[in-house]
Design a protein around this ligand. Structure first.
Ligand code: SF4
Length: 225
């Protein structure tokens, strides 16, 4: 463990235990399974099931809340204004969102009126997210916003206090992975100031820390003498 490493924290949620769900052999089958899914009421109002975009081989996964209007219309996550801001902020730390990241949400269907997904909807969709994590196998996971924090770590509230803090997953499918909650880009659009200490400024610093973590993970191991 280095000085940069925080202590491991137990996860609040028994991922993989609450909702068995079907198991996909690969991401292609997972996408097909998601598109047929009617495990919760969000299926009734969707245009598209929004599974992912980006690179399934990336070391970085970004998990957001759920599809908005443009995502529902296109079938792609984070393509509206919030997604464009996410892309810009990742690019500012040399992360190309389509080449260097795999992007998805805790729920794959649009909640009506862009409301937050309920705990039951998050629970119903969790098997798909768990399988995405297992199949993509990211080293670093960013939890964008309060719903992602709740859906992945089972922590309700506290995103502004917990943002920027590294956690190390202990249970499958998070075991050994680095996780960091960050503010959701939609929140940053509502708080556009770039002044020191502003939400945008803090997020940029969080993403710089993510860049350092990725660089550290990619450093070749030193031979043991
Ligand atoms: S939100 Fe998830 S669980 Fe609900 S219908 Fe869509 S894919 Fe299925």
């Amino acid at each position: 463990m280095t000085a940069m490493d925080p202590p491991s924290l137990p996860l609040q949620l028994p991922l993989g235990e609450a909702s068995p769900g079907p198991i996909a052999a690969d991401l292609g089958q997972l996408g097909d399974d998601c598109r047929r899914c009617r495990r919760c009421g969000l299926a009734d109002g969707r245009t598209h099931v929004v599974v992912s975009r980006g690179n399934p081989a990336a070391r970085l996964m970004v998990i957001g809340e759920g599809p908005g209007a443009q995502e529902d219309a296109t079938g792609q996550p984070f393509v509206g204004r919030a997604g464009q801001l996410l892309d810009q902020m990742l690019a500012s730390v040399a992360i190309d969102s389509n080449r260097d990241a795999y992007i998805c949400n805790v729920v794959k269907c649009r909640p009506p009126g862009n409301r937050k997904p309920t705990a039951l909807e998050i629970e119903a969709c969790r098997p798909w997210l768990e399988q995405q994590i297992r199949l993509v196998d990211p080293a670093v996971i960013l939890l964008a916003g309060a719903s992602a924090l709740e859906g992945v770590l089972g922590i309700k509230g506290g995103i502004t206090r917990l943002r920027g803090q590294w956690r190390r997953g202990e249970r499958e499918p998070l075991a050994g992975r680095w996780l960091m909650p960050i503010l959701h880009p939609s929140y940053l659009l509502r708080n556009p100031s770039r002044q020191q200490g502003s939400p945008k400024w803090l997020t940029w610093h969080d993403l710089q820390d993510v860049r350092r973590r990725l660089d550290q993970l990619e450093e070749p191991r030193q031979p043991v003498s």
